[in-house]
Design a protein around this ligand. Structure first.
Ligand SMILES: Cc1cc2nc3c(=O)[nH]c(=O)nc-3n(C[C@H](O)[C@H](O)[C@H](O)COP(=O)(O)OP(=O)(O)OC[C@H]3O[C@@H](n4cnc5c(N)ncnc54)[C@H](O)[C@@H]3O)c2cc1C
Length: 438
């Protein structure tokens, strides 16, 4: 039995989480692109119009392939149009690369993530994508125990990966970096940064379009027939292609059950405050960098160009929006920045699902020699999706070396099958949340 697709309920309040985001209110429109009608031929059919699918399409088109993108809703409808906007180096977990693949491949994979940040900068410049990119990221510990673990990670990355972009913020300097009582110390990263994800995603779609990629919206794929030339079907048409790239995040559901069992859809949420006075907004985080805490169930936040605090956190494993979402996230925002005061208003609240893999490492591979997939970004996909598209295009063009480093990583299905994996994960996460509090 297949688990139902993760969707917010039809309840009007929860529906608003998918339609009333700060991003939707502030991103210029793109498209609309038509619905697929009839039969189409292409070299490559990409399923999913988020960062991963659009990036694959751009890279493939740049290599001379004819490409069709099929998007069930609209471009950027999924996680790519709703996320915290934090473009961060590394993977959600780098440990599996080191333990499973060895030093050389782990270093190559890290360098891929560095390239991911460079690729964002290149694409913004090359395709003239106006998406409010701001360099700078702070990864901060909330207590001494967390600071100790983070410092070990900082030393490991700077020595093992020879990563030159990080500097350590000691306890006595933390106040100069963030006007918050919550943090002990942490690291500052000049390579990572933040952007408006929906502006960026729509910019990628325009870029793909300009390269000749055929984008179809409101075109949900209902079947993928395998073979020498796979056929990808929607309600009103079909694409026959030499290759297929599946980039549907956790929304692919029963279309490919063998992939679904290896990722868990986990809800995460963001609020946007009302615009603050510019000097107040400037005083919160030095250089308006992005910030994450190093807790397992983390808070992530930043300041927008129109002086709002965009504050993300909380999680849901059931697919149901947590009760009192706005109030709960506002409480966390005020715990971080109490100087904003109770009177500060929350103008927007929204959320989406991240595709968590068991070991938190990305899950890339092939279902057949001509059917590729990209999933399991585990909440760390803003930057990695872009370069993942490049790796898939390299592999399809016959240079699979870097893609296969990722494809060699072993992934296990979540225990308990589709019915019991959620309770199992809730129990596991409760344990980690308890550890965060200690
Ligand atoms: C609230 C939130 C905050 C986040 N914050 C961050 C962050 O700050 N930094 C970070 O690095 N990552 C963050 N993430 C994760 C990041 O957004 C994702 O890793 C990334 O966007 C995944 O991109 P994607 O293209 O794989 O998936 P998506 O953007 O979800 O795109 C998949 C697309 O495929 C389409 N699709 C699915 N099935 C079908 C089908 N059968 N037929 C046709 N189309 C289909 C969907 O409609 C969807 O548009 C966050 C995610 C969320 C939800």
């Amino acid at each position: 039995m297949n688990a139902p697709l993760p969707r917010f309920s039809e309840d009007a309040r929860e529906q608003s989480l998918t339609t009333h985001s700060y991003y939707l209110a502030t991103a210029p429109a793109a498209g609309p692109w038509p619905t697929l009608q009839g039969a189409v031929q292409a070299d490559v059919c990409v399923v999913g119009g988020g960062f991963a699918g659009l990036s694959s399409a751009i890279e493939l088109a740049q290599k001379g392939f004819s490409v069709v993108v099929l998007e069930a809703e609209q471009v950027g409808w999924g996680a790519s149009g709703r996320n915290g906007g934090q473009a961060i180096v590394g993977h959600a977990s780098d440990a599996p690369f080191e333990s499973q693949l060895g030093d050389a491949d782990a270093r190559t994979a890290w360098s891929v993530t560095v390239e991911g940040l460079q690729l964002i900068r290149e694409r913004i410049a090359h395709f003239n994508i106006d998406c409010d990119f701001v360099p700078g990221y702070k990864y901060l510990a909330v207590n001494e125990r967390k600071a100790h673990a983070l410092y070990e990670w900082y030393e490991h990355v700077t020595s093992f990966y020879k990563h030159p972009y990080w500097s350590w913020i000691g306890r006595k300097d933390i106040g100069a970096h963030i006007a918050s009582p919550r943090f002990h110390s942490g690291l500052h990263d000049t390579l990572s940064g933040h952007l408006h994800p929906l502006k960026y995603c729509r910019g990628l779609a325009r870029a793909a379009d300009s390269l000749g990629v055929k984008i179809f919206e409101n075109s949900r794929v209902t079947a993928v027939e395998r073979g020498d030339r796979p056929v990808v079907k929607t309600a009103s048409g079909q694409v026959q292609a030499r290759f297929v790239v599946l980039a549907g995040n956790c929304y692919l559901g029963g279309l490919v059950p063998e992939l679904q069992s290896r990722i868990m859809p986990v809800g995460t949420y963001v609020v946007a405050s009302e615009p603050l006075q510019p000097d107040v907004a400037d005083s919160l985080i030095r250089e308006r960098a992005a910030v994450c805490d190093s807790n397992f169930v983390l808070d992530y936040f930043r300041v927008s160009p129109d002086h709002r605090v965009l504050f993300g956190g909380r999680v849901s494993y059931s697919g149901m929006t947590p009760p009192n979402l706005r109030a709960g996230l506002k409480r966390r925002m005020l715990k971080t920045f109490p100087q904003l005061g109770e009177a500060v208003k929350v103008d927007y609240a929204w959320g989406g699902f991240v595709d968590i893999s068991m070991n938190r490492a990305p899950d890339f591979g092939r279902l057949a020699p001509n059917i590729y997939y990209l999933q399991g970004f585990s909440g760390h996909g803003l930057s990695l999706t872009g370069v993942a598209g490049r790796l898939v295009a390299e592999a399809i063009a016959g240079q699979a070396g870097r893609f296969d480093i990722y494809a060699r990583l072993r992934h296990r299905p979540f225990p308990g099958g589709n019915l019991l994996r959620t309770p199992a994960l809730v129990l596991g996460m409760a344990w980690y949340r308890l550890r965060d509090m200690l």
